[in-house]
Design a protein around this ligand. Structure first.
Ligand code: MN
Length: 242
């Protein structure tokens, strides 16, 4: 077992307890919680029970979203890319390789796989919390207060037309920025309008909220803050800030 695999297993176990291993922050790879590359793409298990995010995100949505939607991206990706992807690269590195010449199906399904893998770890059961430490300091430096940041992020997410994602990223100048992407694109991809490494990711596709919230996307977004895993966001921030 390689050391990155051991780190992954350790971090997954710790993450399920709501603990982030401080030693893992030195890891050069931000996507520590995503399974190591192997022969095939793999659906990562949810780090909590399907109903763990109730009442903010319902069990049925989590089952469909993880077991059907995300599994679908993984299955299509395996069928499409057989032998053509460099599986020694991390998912993030593979996303960075997506550019204008990449086929739409690979772009969509690889993005779908990476984005959802991050999204599951981005949430955790429990009460609403706020970021602390270095991430809070960085957010306050950029957005004045955490509440100002939250308001700005929620507004951007609410205004996405159609399907897409809202992100907090650390850009190439180590500056925190809120950005959005359409469909399953992400800020790692070569053509992203604002490039950077994800710190926070919010799925605003209707499949993420429609069963419980129908057309009330704003209620889904407001409730999502209750389940944000700031420990995971901070670990992404620390890795990307190096
Ligand atoms: Mn989704």
């Amino acid at each position: 077992m390689g050391s990155s695999r051991r780190d992954f297993l350790k971090n997954t176990a710790l993450a399920s307890l709501g603990i982030v291993a401080s030693k893992s922050l030195a890891s050069p790879i931000a996507e520590t919680f995503i399974p190591d590359p192997g022969e095939k793409f793999v659906l990562p298990p949810l780090p909590y029970a399907y109903d763990a995010l109730e009442p903010f995100i319902d069990k049925e949505t989590m089952q469909l979203h993880h077991d059907k939607h995300h599994q679908g991206y993984v299955d299509k990706l395996n069928a499409l890319t057989k032998g053509t992807m460099n599986m020694a690269q991390s998912r993030a590195e593979q996303c960075r390789g997506v550019n204008e010449t990449t086929s739409a199906v690979i772009r969509n399904n690889l993005g779908g796989h990476y984005n959802h893998s991050v999204f599951w770890s981005m949430m955790r059961p429990g009460k609403e919390a706020a970021p602390t430490g270095v991430l809070l300091t960085a957010i306050e430096a950029e957005f004045k207060t955490y509440d100002d940041f939250k308001k700005a992020f929620s507004e951007r997410a609410t205004k996405i037309f159609g399907s897409g994602w809202c992100w907090l990223i650390l850009d190439e100048n180590n500056k925190l920025k809120i950005t959005t992407t359409a469909n399953q694109d992400n800020p790692l991809m070569a053509f992203a309008a604002e490039k950077g490494r994800p710190v926070l990711a919010l799925d605003v596709w209707e499949h993420a909220y429609y069963l419980k919230y129908q057309n009330r996307r704003v209620d889904y977004i407001n409730n999502w803050w209750n389940v944000v895993n700031w420990d995971y966001a901070t670990s992404l921030y620390n890795n990307t800030a190096r």
